[in-house]
Every structure is written in C-alpha cells, then in structure tokens.
Design a protein. Structure first.
Ligand code: NAD
Length: 332
C-alpha cells in the first residue's frame, strides 16, 4: 500500500525533487508551499498541491489528525544574509513554523516520521577540522544556522519526551536543476547563468576555499531512505542526525573548471576581493548516512554539473525570444 507523504516546501528547489522521488516509488504525495520562493512550474504533476503557509491551521489540523505517514519538512527561509538582516522573521519561519509541526504531530493519534532538512554547511563552526562528523561541536555563525540547530534540539526533545519519530538530514551544498542562485550553493547556478550569458565567472578570494557539492537527486534519494530506515531511538541531539553530502571537498577553482568543461565553455575567470569571514574549508563525513540510512551519493560532480548546466541552458532557450535562440544554442 502506498504511503501518504507530506512535503513542505515542495515547490522549492530541493522539495520538488523530493516530491518527484516519492512519486517515483509509488507513494501519494501532498505538497504544502506558500510560494514565497518556490515556483509553480517546479511542482510535479500527480501531487495534491496545498497553497498555504505551513503554519496555517488547515495544514496543522491535517497533521494532527494523523493523515500522513511521513512529513518531509523543507519549507524554510533559506537565505543566510536575510537571516542576518532580519533574525526575527527568520526565527518565525524557521524555528516557530517547525515547532508548530512538532506540536501538531504530538497531538496526532498515530506516529508519523518527521524528516527535517537541516544543514551541514551552517551548523558546524569554522573551528573544526573537516570532514565534519555529526557529533562535532556545533557553532553556527548565522541566525539561519542557529534556527536549524534549534529545531534539531526541539526534535530531540520531542523524541525523548513525547516519543516522536524524527530524523534530521544535514545537507552539504546542494546543487542541480531548478536551483535559484540565492541558495547556500547558489554558486553553481550563478556560474551556469554567467556562462550562458557569455560573462566572466567571479571567484572571491584565491578560489582555494572548499565546499562539499551534492547533487539534488541524491538529496531527494536520502529523504526516501530516511522515510523508512530503521534507526535507533533518538536520545539526544546527534543521535538521529545524518550528514548528506559527498565527503569530497571541491575548491571553487576546481568547480569553475568543472562547470566550464560541462558547458564546453571557456569564459574568463576573474578574482575578486575575499569575502570577510568566509569559511575556508567545509565538507562533511557521510559514513553515518551510508551505514544508518543505507544511502550513498550516486551522481559524480561532473555528471551532476552536466545535468545542471543542460537544465539552465534549456530554460534560457525556452525564455529567449525566437530570433535569439540560435545564439543561445551555440552555448549549449
Ligand atoms: N540549497 C541548499 O544547499 C541547502 C543546504 C542545506 C539545507 N537546505 C534546506 O533545504 C530546504 C529546501 O531548500 P531549497 O534550497 O530547496 O530552498 P527553496 O527556497 O527553493 O525552497 C523552500 C520552499 O519553501 C517554501 N516556503 C518557505 N516558507 C514557507 C512557509 N512558511 N510555508 C510554506 N512554504 C514555505 C518556499 O516557497 C519554497 O518553495 C530548506 O529547509 C533549506 O534550509 C538547503
């Protein structure tokens, strides 16, 4: 029998792929999204679409009634800079909204599993030696990271005290089709768009800073694995947290070269001033997810960048006026 899956934020970049992945294994999917940053064209056909804020009573009542087997909670304010500019709004959207879901789950007559989209890029501090493993000290440097970590603490509390079934997935830098350039890994989307426009790629600092770039299809697969994995009971913060990345560091210089290769392009690469406070080295250990969720990334960086670039090229072609199309094609 197919399960009932609720995907919050399912009109967004990652959430729409999560919805796709559950549909592909035969589950019934409901998407809740307020379209604050999501797009209608991202929502896959075949889902029940509820246009609402996750805090809306109609959403919370359905969760409290026990309608869903699994709740993948991706709806969030994801812009780190916005969280710095307005931490109160960030906390409302990222902490209080999640707390509302936990409270609704607590009232439910049956146990659903909550799979929460957390972050590996923003909860571990700058002071640990990568790769970051789950028990490493947490030292978030933005209200966004603090909010994600706070929700994880609440989840551990609700699991321990109220017996809720919760899992946190701490994503590294996610990239892929449908990405907007404003996300944590927006650099891939930005580079693709600049190559399509024939513009130079700008690298801040010397480009040696590293990140862990994971393909969005692999992140969606991690949600599907987490939905049914048999995992030990949650006792404290890290017990049911899993890093989702590749375990491989990639420098910005290497990323720029790989995208150029994927695109068959050779636009110039320019170096700008280093951004103050930018983390220099960040990648995560994925050993726990491999073992505990039976998940591992399947898409190589080169293949993932090719799929991503192709998607941006296709979108640019579709948006271009007819007389501009031959020129766009030359870049693809
Ligand atoms: N992109 C990354 O690299 C990355 C890394 C780590 C964690 N994450 C987390 O993954 C999740 C998805 O991120 P994304 O990159 O797909 O972002 P996104 O902005 O594309 O998706 C978020 C979606 O949530 C919706 N939304 C926001 N607030 C809402 C609310 N109150 N009610 C209903 N819908 C709401 C938006 O309209 C959007 O469709 C987020 O929780 C984010 O923090 C992303």
């Amino acid at each position: 029998m197919s399960r009932r899956i609720l995907v919050t934020g399912g009109a967004g970049f990652i959430g729409s792929h999560v919805a796709d992945a559950f549909l592909a294994v035969g589950d019934a999917v409901t998407v809740v999204d307020d379209f604050s940053s999501g797009r209608r064209e991202n929502v896959p056909g075949g889902v029940e679409m509820v246009e609402a804020d996750v805090r809306a009573p109609q959403v919370l009542q359905r969760i409290a009634s026990g309608e869903f087997d699994v709740i993948c909670h991706l709806a969030a304010q994801i812009d780190v800079r916005k969280s710095v500019a307005d931490p109160v709004d960030d906390a409302a959207r990222n902490i209080l909204a999640s707390l509302g879901l936990l409270e609704a789950m607590r009232q439910s007559p049956r146990r659903a599993r909550l799979v929460f989209s957390s972050t590996g890029g923003a909860v571990y501090g700058d002071f640990i030696t990568p790769p970051a493993a789950e028990p490493e000290p947490k030292d978030p440097e933005s209200p966004y990271g603090i909010a994600k970590l706070s929700v994880e603490y609440y989840m551990a509390y609700y699991a321990r005290v109220h017996g809720l079934d919760t899992i946190a997935l701490r994503y590294a830098n996610v990239y892929g089709p449908r990405q907007d350039p404003h996300g944590e890994a927006g650099v891939v989307a930005i580079f693709c768009q600049r190559i399509l426009g024939g513009q130079a790629l700008t690298v801040f600092g010397d480009g040696a800073q590293t990140r862990d770039y994971v393909f969005v299809g692999d992140v969606a697969a991690a949600n599907v694995c987490a939905a049914s994995a048999a995992v030990p009971a949650a006792r404290k913060l890290d017990s049911r947290a899993f890093n989702i990345g590749t375990g491989v560091p990639t420098s910005v210089n290497a990323l720029a070269a790989a995208i150029q290769q994927a695109a068959g392009s050779s636009v110039p690469v320019e170096f700008g001033a280093a951004r103050p406070g930018e983390q220099q080295r960040s990648w995560v250990s994925i050993a726990k997810a491999r073992e505990g969720l039976g998940w591992s990334p399947a898409v190589s960086l080169n293949d993932g960048l090719q799929m991503t670039y192709r998607w941006f090229a296709e979108r640019a072609r579709a948006a271009a006026p007819t007389d501009a199309r031959p020129r766009m094609r030359a870049h693809a």
